[in-house]
Write a protein that binds this ligand. Structure first.
Ligand code: NDP
Length: 343
């Protein structure tokens, strides 16, 4: 049973040495438990935040030596739980390891879902994040302009596609020409802008000539700088994340970094903007009912070709640390999953 633990807290960008691969015995199954074999592990930006000594508040920080957490698609290999059978596929939180025990409470049976890894991406937590942020806070109306950064990513690609289904005009921001092309050609965005373009702010203004009514914030940094002056009166800004700053934690502060607070506060006030953070975990519903309904609906929409889902597959558990480092650098297209064992 291989597992990857937190070896050191990162100073800035995580390094391979912040992770350690260990081999331990496969745990034995107690009464009321199931033994899970990890097939796919999801890599997500929040994992960087949990490596901090003081966590982000919605989940306990990892202790040194602890197995990294993570959503998984797992196979039940042995069950002493009345509701689960050996051989069954489930959505689980087995973390960065080959085998894990569960008492069944957090497991979602997957049944026959087609591509099982989709349950970690477009038809899973990241896709649900897009839906919750739009439904609860963004509320795009037909004809409005919606802007999203990290737009080819697991959350961003779904924000664009769901907002478009609501009749909005959707502008995506991503890093690099290839990603920008995919935004329009693969995901059907109305326009796309490369954040690395030296004239990025100007290009964004051209791409959103009627201003911005909904900005789905998951990036911060220079993307937020370019968005602020374009927000319309009454704009809504669901705050899902601020990945441009995650790797600043534990690093020496950058004295040259601009102070964004005055511009942000002035815009919120003058444009009467509603900016509201949310954590997707608060919205799963009783018995995960709302999440399960989303999962069913999205699995069907993807199978019917109405929603597109791209994946970046990292091959092998031992490559997960580099996979997370690359994810934070944006070196991927689509949802990042680690293929841990053959399905
Ligand atoms: P992505 O697959 O979108 O990967 C992250 C992307 O962020 C990269 O591909 C890169 O895209 C972009 N990025 C990285 N560094 C920078 C930077 N300095 N400036 C601008 N963009 C940068 O990840 P996810 O879709 O899984 O997550 C997206 C966001 O949603 C994150 O902020 C995450 O924390 C948040 N989230 C929040 C949840 C909640 O409950 N609130 C739940 C799930 C996710 P590119 O290079 O193309 O710009």
């Amino acid at each position: 049973n291989r597992r990857i633990v937190l070896a050191a807290r990162p100073a800035g960008r995580p390094l391979p040495g912040d992770f350690r691969l260990e081999t331990v015995a496969v745990p034995s199954v107690g009464a009321g438990q199931v033994l899970l074999r990890t097939l796919y592990l999801s890599l997500d930006p929040y994992m960087r935040n949990l490596m901090e000594e003081i966590g982000p508040g919605y989940a306990p920080p990892l202790a040194l030596g602890e197995v990294l957490v993570g959503g998984t698609v797992s196979r039940v290999v042995e069950s002493r739980h009345p509701d689960f059978r050996a051989g069954e596929l489930v959505l689980a939180h087995a973390g960065w390891q080959d085998y894990a025990l569960s008492d069944g409470q957090d497991l979602v049976p997957l049944g026959d879902v087609g591509r099982p890894s989709l349950a970690l991406g477009a038809a899973g937590m990241p896709g649900f994040t897009a839906q919750v942020g739009l439904a609860e806070i963004g509320r795009p109306r037909a004809g409005e302009t919606v802007v999203v950064g990290a737009a080819t990513g697991a959350v961003g690609a779904m924000v664009g596609q769901l907002a478009r289904r609501a009749g909005a005009r959707v502008v995506g921001i991503a890093g690099g020409a290839d990603k920008v092309r995919h935004l329009v050609e693969t995901f059907g965005f109305d326009a796309a802008v490369d954040r690395r373009d030296p004239r990025f702010a100007e290009r964004l203004r051209e791409a959103a000539p009627a201003g911005i009514d909904v900005y789905f914030e998951s990036v911060g940094g220079e993307v937020l700088d370019a968005v602020l002056p374009l927000l319309n009166i009454g704009a809504r800004v669901p705050v899902s994340g601020f990945i441009a700053h995650y790797n600043e934690a534990g690093a020496e502060g950058d004295a040259a970094a601009p102070d964004r607070r005055p511009a942000l506060l002035a815009t919120l006030l003058q444009k009467r903007v509603r900016m509201e953070g949310f954590i997707v975990l608060d919205h799963y519903g009783d018995g995960l009912s709302r999440f399960k309904a989303f999962q069913r609906e999205m699995t069907a929409a993807i199978a019917a070709g109405e929603v597109r889902a791209l994946e970046h597959v990292v091959d092998g558990l031992e490559r997960a640390p580099q996979g997370l480092i690359d994810l934070l650098d944006g070196r991927h297209l689509g949802k990042v999953v680690v293929a841990v064992a053959a399905p």
